[in-house]
Design a protein around this ligand. Structure first.
Ligand SMILES: Nc1ncnc2c1ncn2[C@@H]1O[C@H](COP(=O)(O)OP(=O)(O)OP(=O)(O)O)[C@@H](O)[C@H]1O
Ligand SMILES: [Mg+2]
Length: 282
């Protein structure tokens, strides 16, 4: 069976002021339909670049990404993105924000009453699912960060995307709100069965949510290793205390440290400290 998302020898070079940065080098990855894949790795290892390339927001320098066998050549309604910053429309209410992208997709003269009914039904269902009923007529600046991100996720789900691409969506939330959001996104995943690619800095989050954790390494941005998560599909917070969980977390964290290039940075820091000493060699 072919994968939902096929990434083949993906390369991405950025040119910045004469310096070439290999954000992605020969990245190969298959993601099956209805799989929850999490991407982790040191800052700058190309996680966002890879995610944006799948979303069609970034062109590869060479290589290919296929979704359902078709090459990605730009954004598409079957791939929805959620970012760390909620990017809601401040002048629209919660309900209007969720419905808005649907309205954009259909030309006004082509909207039928059936479309309106379907969109209202879906909006109602998502407002219920995401626990937004009490605030559906509020504006984004009246909501907490967690609530705003629920709206952003509901909006991403509005068109029933096959694929949900999330770039550190809970990065700005406090630990307690994140836990609530984790169980909420797992609930959404079980109900709607999208394929999810989820970028995070947080290894615990990556293991708790993912079926597979893909670890990337920087300079050049590449896939270093892939871990199958040895937990049952129905996750519970207590599983974070299990030996399987803590062992995998330890293994991934130590691999991130080993691939982050921090050793070199440490070396430079030592040199800096040495030269700062009085009487240090000139
Ligand atoms: N538009 C751009 N122009 C130039 N360089 C870029 C651009 N976008 C990303 N890069 C570089 O490409 C590399 C990968 O960046 P990317 O944002 O994908 O990393 P990341 O893994 O998402 O990092 P973080 O964890 O900090 O978000 C970095 O070295 C970054 O500086
Ligand atoms: Mg990033």
């Amino acid at each position: 069976m072919t994968a939902k998302i096929e990434i083949r020898r993906a390369n991405k070079l950025f040119d910045t002021g004469g310096r070439r940065i290999a954000a992605l080098e020969n990245v190969d990855l298959d993601i099956r339909a209805n799989q929850f894949v999490t991407l982790v790795g040191a800052s700058g290892c190309g996680k966002s670049t890879l995610l944006r390339s799948i979303g069609g927001l970034e062109d590869l320098s060479s290589g290919e990404i296929r979704v359902d066998g078709r090459p990605v050549s730009g954004p598409g309604a079957e791939r929805a993105m959620v970012f760390q910053h909620y990017s809601l429309y401040p002048w629209l209410t919660v309900r209007e924000n969720i419905r808005f992208c649907r309205a954009l997709k259909i030309k006004r003269e082509e909207i039928t009453s059936a479309d309106v009914e379907i969109a209202s039904g879906r909006t109602d269902a998502l407002i219920g699912l995401m626990g937004l009923a009490p605030v559906e007529n509020a504006y984004p600046n009246q909501l907490s960060g967690g609530m705003q991100q629920r709206v952003a996720i509901a909006r991403a789900l509005m068109n029933r995307p096959d694929i949900l691409l999330m770039d550190e969506p809970f990065g700005a939330l406090d630990a307690q709100t994140r836990e609530v959001m984790h169980d909420l996104i797992l609930h959404v995943f079980a109900l709607e069965k999208p394929t999810i690619v989820f970028v995070t800095h947080d290894v615990e989050e990556a293991i708790y949510l993912g079926d597979r954790v893909v670890l990337m390494a920087p300079r050049p941005g590449r896939i270093d290793s892939i871990y199958e998560v040895p937990l049952p599909p129905e996750r519970e917070q207590d599983m974070k205390l299990s030996p399987e969980f803590t062992e995998l977390k330890r293994e991934i964290l130590s691999r991130i440290r080993a691939t982050s290039g921090m050793q070199t940075d440490r070396g430079m820091l030592d040199k800096l400290t040495a030269t700062a000493q009085p009487g240090a060699a000139a």
